[in-house]
Write a protein that binds this ligand. Structure first.
Ligand code: ARG
Length: 445
């Protein structure tokens, strides 16, 4: 069924029909009914439609809402979209009065309203999921607040830190994703309803009323903007893509850490997969798939921007495509957040102590505190490192005598500065980790 038969004699071929219809909007069913209830309520309170007709529509919509929630609502192949399906079924439930429901509105303001309601709710779900991952990371960080590891720059060992501090870096990134999502929801929480097809209605619809009953902060002031804009969808998709990118970076490190070469972590059986060919394999597929799926969500950002860029105001049918894009981004993120929570629960960390190299800056700084210019001190320590390399000795074997020979400003005890744990302690890493944990726990609660 279509809502627009009147001016047509012929009809579309089945193939053409299939091309124009996109069933992915069926997941808007529940919010579409809630939007219709708010609209019908307003039609009654303004007196645009007599109370008894509104009451009948409300009863019918309540029945349909229950069906939607129970999963028993039946779509037909001939419903052009979710809005049509609801109006069609309302007719089956209450008869011709259903034809009054579309008074003073259009599918253009309806679909924009539905999508805002949907993303407001799904965004909240994603926020809760991000909090779960964040808290798991905080717990692991707490257990490893003092476990010394190396940081990496250029994927080469750089300075000592603790595993807790390293994992908290990922956690802060997730907190910012959560904040971005919160901002996005706040910005999209305005009502397009009553904008009609583009420039409103002469029937005296009360836009404040519908905005209020749907929990929006206010009606969008410009009706052309209300039906034609999709920047709220693009923003949502970007936040999904950035969150996927952040999960992907963590996933990549888990893959790296689980290698024999790194040996930082063992994956439990529940989060590992085997190889059909190689009997010894324990593969980190879960992490790899999170990393892999971040790619297509990054693509969704391009898609939603491309969808908007050439469109004249106001509504154009192109906009129907926004739903596939944002649902794909949102579903992929939802799955990845579940996957990451599971994966983190299956990690057993046992990172090896890093090499003494991670403390060469401490040796340099010792000279600096004795008045040696940093650049000169850097050169002196560099020569010490090279000298050991020439003798095929490692930094771990360095003695105070070696140092005294290299420069008279070294002092007895300086060789001990090359201990990675002492080095991390010198920068109060553990104390910092504890205060970060406190703040993050608070933010993720
Ligand atoms: N299915 C359409 C969409 O998702 C609903 C709006 C259709 N409006 C129209 N004038 N054809 O965008």
């Amino acid at each position: 069924m279509t809502l627009w038969g009147g001016r047509f004699e012929g009809s579309m071929s089945g193939e053409t029909w299939d091309f124009t219809v996109d069933h992915s909007d069926r997941r808007l069913l529940e919010v579409d009914i809630l939007g219709s209830m708010a609209h019908a309520g307003m039609l009654g309170s303004t007196g645009i439609i007599p109370h008894e007709d509104v009451a009948s529509m409300m009863e019918g919509l309540a029945v349909i809402l229950e069906e939607a929630r129970a999963g028993t609502f039946e779509f037909t192949e001939t419903d052009e979209d979710v809005h049509t399906a609801v109006e069609r079924h309302l007719g089956e439930v209450i008869g011709p009065t259903a034809g009054m429901l579309h008074t003073g509105r259009s599918r253009n303001d309806q679909v924009a309203t539905d999508l805002r309601l949907y993303l407001r709710a799904s965004g909240q779900d994603r926020i809760d999921q991000i909090k779960t991952v964040g808290l798991v990371l905080v717990d692991i960080s707490q257990r490893h607040a003092g476990t010394v590891v190396s940081t990496y720059t250029h994927l080469q060992q750089a300075q000592s830190t603790t595993l807790g501090n390293h994992l908290l870096a990922h956690t802060w990134a997730l907190l910012r994703d959560l904040e971005r999502l919160t901002d996005c929801i706040e910005r999209l929480n305005q009502s397009p309803l009553g904008a009609g097809a583009s420039a409103g209605s002469s029937l005296g619809v009360d836009r404040e009323h519908t905005a209020g009953s749907l929990g929006f902060t206010r009606p969008m002031p410009n009706t052309l903007d209300a039906v034609g804009s999709r920047d709220f969808v693009a923003e949502y998709v970007f936040v999904c893509a950035q969150t996927m990118a952040d999960l992907s970076r963590l996933a990549e490190e888990i893959v790296l850490w689980s290698t024999r070469e790194f040996g930082w972590v063992t994956l439990s059986d529940g989060v590992s997969t085997g190889s059909s060919a190689l009997p010894h394999k324990r593969n980190p597929d879960l992490a790899e798939l999170i990393r892999g799926r971040a790619a297509s969500v990054a693509g969704d950002v391009t898609a939603i921007l491309g969808l908007q860029k050439g469109l004249p105001l106001t509504y154009n049918r192109d906009l129907q495509e926004d739903k596939r894009i944002v649902f794909h981004a949102d579903d992929t993120l939802a799955g990845a957040l579940v996957g990451m929570t599971t994966l983190l629960g299956g990690l057993e960390f046992h990172p090896p102590v890093p090499s003494a190299e991670v403390a060469t800056l401490d040796l340099t700084d010792a000279l600096v505190t004795r008045g040696v210019p940093f650049r000169e001190a850097h050169g002196i320590v560099g020569k010490v490192v090279r000298g050991l390399e020439d003798q095929q000795r490692s930094l771990e074997d360095l003695t105070d005598d070696d140092l005294a020979e290299a420069d008279e400003r070294f002092q007895p005890g300086d060789a001990d500065l090359l201990d990675p744990a002492t080095s991390a302690a010198g920068r109060e890493t553990e104390a910092s980790v504890r205060s970060q944990i406190e703040e993050l726990r608070d933010r993720f609660r």
